[in-house]
Design a protein around this ligand. Structure first.
Ligand code: GAL
Length: 388
C-alpha cells in the first residue's frame, strides 16, 4: 500500500473514531443549542439530568450544576449530583458530589432528605463548600437542619461535616428588645388565626427555637463581591426568611442574622446582584404544588428587602403557578453584563426523577426582574437585549 493511501485510510479511521466518540459523548447524535423549558434534558449519556433544586457554580471556565438526585421517591438514595458544561446547553455527568452514607447512624444515611444543595468556592481556603437542607431519616420534615460538606475538588467527593439548626442562643439583628422577653400563653393559639400571625410577626417562633437553634428548610447561599457569603433559608415553620452571614471559610455561621418578611411565607429563595442592587425571587408556601412567585430588592444582602410583587408576566395561570415551577437559583451568565437565568423546578412528586427544569431569561422592567415564558430560547437573547 502506498504511503499516501495509508495516511488517507488512517485519517478516515481517525475522523470516524472522533465522530463515534462524539456520539457516545452525547448519547445521541446531536448537541443542544437552545433551552427548551419543561422538556426532558439529556446529559452526555442520554439520561435526563438528575439535579433537582439545583444551583450552579462557575469555576475553571466551566459551569458546575449541583442538585438533588431523585429516584422514585423524594428520599435521598444517592446524594447530590454534579454535572459540568461549557455552554450551559450540554451537560456532562460528573457523578455524585456528596454521597449518602451507608452507615445507618449517619445524619446523611440513605433515606434522609437532602434538598437544594448549593456549592460556593472559598478563595481564602481554596475549598469548595456545599450547603444543603437536611431532614433526618424517618422524621419527615421535623428536623429542619442545614448541612455542610467540603471538598478540595469542585466535583467532589465532598466530605460531610455536620448539620444543625443555626443561630442557637442568638437574636436576629432586627429583633425588638421587647420581643426577647418570654410571652406565655402563645402555644395555645390556633395556627393561622389572626393572633397567631400577630405573635409570629413579633417573634413567637424565634423565641420558641432560641435555645435549640432556628429552623432551616428551603435555602440558598450567596457570595457577595467582597467575598462575604450568606445563607438564606426559610425558618420559623417556613413563615419567615432568615439571612445569616457565614464565617470567612464559609463552613459556619457567624451569628449575625436578620429576619426577612416575617409572616411572609417565602420559600425557594434565589438571589442575584445587578448594578449594586440585590434581587431575590421566592415562592409561596404550597409544598410541591406550584404557586405565585414573589420578588424583592435591597441595597444590602441583610436588607431591608422591598417587595416588588409577582415577577411573572403572562397569562393569569402563568402568574398563579409561575409556569408550573418553583425557583431554585438565579445564574449570572459569564461574560454577558446583565444576563441572568432564572432556574426553577417543575416537580413531579409522584415520580420525582421525572421532575423538569424551567430555565428562563430574566428581563428588567422599570427596575424590576421580570419573567416571561419561552418555548425555546438561547443565549443570543441577551445580546439582542443589549442592542435594544
Ligand atoms: C417545597 C420545597 C421543596 C420541598 C417540598 C417538600 O415547598 O420548596 O424544596 O421541601 O416543599 O414538600
Amino acid at each position: 500500500m502506498g504511503l499516501l493511501k495509508k495516511i488517507r485510510i488512517n485519517s478516515v479511521i481517525l475522523v470516524m473514531t472522533f465522530l463515534l466518540q462524539g456520539c457516545i459523548m452525547f448519547g445521541q447524535n446531536f448537541a443542544y443549542n437552545s433551552f427548551v423549558p419543561g422538556e426532558l434534558w439529556k446529559d452526555n449519556k442520554g439520561t435526563h439530568i438528575n439535579a433537582h433544586g439545583g444551583g450552579i457554580l462557575f469555576k475553571n471556565d466551566t459551569y458546575f450544576w449541583f442538585g438533588e438526585h431523585k429516584g422514585s421517591t423524594n428520599n435521598a438514595q444517592v446524594g447530590v449530583k454534579v454535572y459540568s458544561s461549557k455552554d450551559l446547553y450540554n451537560w456532562k455527568d460528573e457523578g455524585v458530589a456528596l454521597s449518602v452514607s451507608k452507615d445507618p447512624d449517619s445524619e446523611i444515611t440513605a433515606g434522609s432528605v437532602m434538598e437544594r444543595p448549593k456549592v460556593v468556592f472559598n478563595e481564602k481556603t481554596g475549598k469548595y463548600v456545599m450547603w444543603f437542607h437536611l431532614e433526618l431519616k424517618g422524621q419527615g420534615y421535623e428536623a429542619a437542619r442545614t448541612g455542610v460538606a467540603v471538598s478540595e475538588h469542585v466535583t467532589g467527593p465532598y466530605q460531610y461535616l455536620k448539620s444543625f439548626r443555626p443561630n442557637a442562643g442568638l437574636w436576629p439583628e432586627n429583633f425588638k428588645e421587647d420581643w426577647r422577653q418570654p410571652k406565655p400563653g402563645l402555644d395555645s393559639l390556633r395556627w393561622h388565626s389572626d393572633p397567631w400571625h400577630e405573635a409570629l410577626k413579633k417573634g413567637y417562633f424565634v423565641r420558641r427555637d432560641f435555645e435549640k437553634g432556628q429552623m432551616a428548610r428551603d435555602m440558598t447561599v450567596f457570595v457577595d463581591d467582597d467575598g462575604t457569603a450568606y445563607h438564606i433559608h426559610s425558618s420559623e415553620e417556613n413563615q419567615t426568611l432568615h439571612i445569616s452571614e457565614l464565617t470567612d471559610d464559609y463552613l459556619d455561621f457567624t451569628g449575625k442574622y436578620v429576619r426577612v418578611q416575617p409572616d411572609g411565607q417565602n420559600e425557594a429563595p434565589a438571589i442575584f446582584k445587578y448594578q449594586d442592587t440585590y434581587y431575590m425571587i421566592t415562592s409561596d408556601l404550597t409544598g410541591w404544588r406550584p404557586n405565585a412567585a414573589r420578588s424583592f430588592k435591597a441595597d444590602s444582602v441583610l436588607g431591608p428587602w422591598k417587595p416588588l410583587g409577582n415577577p411573572v408576566r403572562g397569562t393569569e395561570e402563568d402568574k398563579k403557578r409561575t409556569f408550573s415551577s418553583q425557583s431554585t437559583f438565579i445564574l449570572p451568565v459569564q461574560g454577558k453584563n446583565g444576563a441572568f437565568i432564572f432556574m426553577a423546578d417543575r416537580w413531579r412528586p409522584e415520580d420525582p426523577i421525572d421532575g423538569r427544569y424551567i430555565w428562563l431569561p430574566v428581563h428588567f422592567e422599570e427596575g424590576k426582574p421580570v419573567l416571561k415564558w419561552y418555548d425555546e430560547w438561547d443565549l443570543d437573547f441577551f445580546d439582542q437585549k443589549e442592542n435594544e
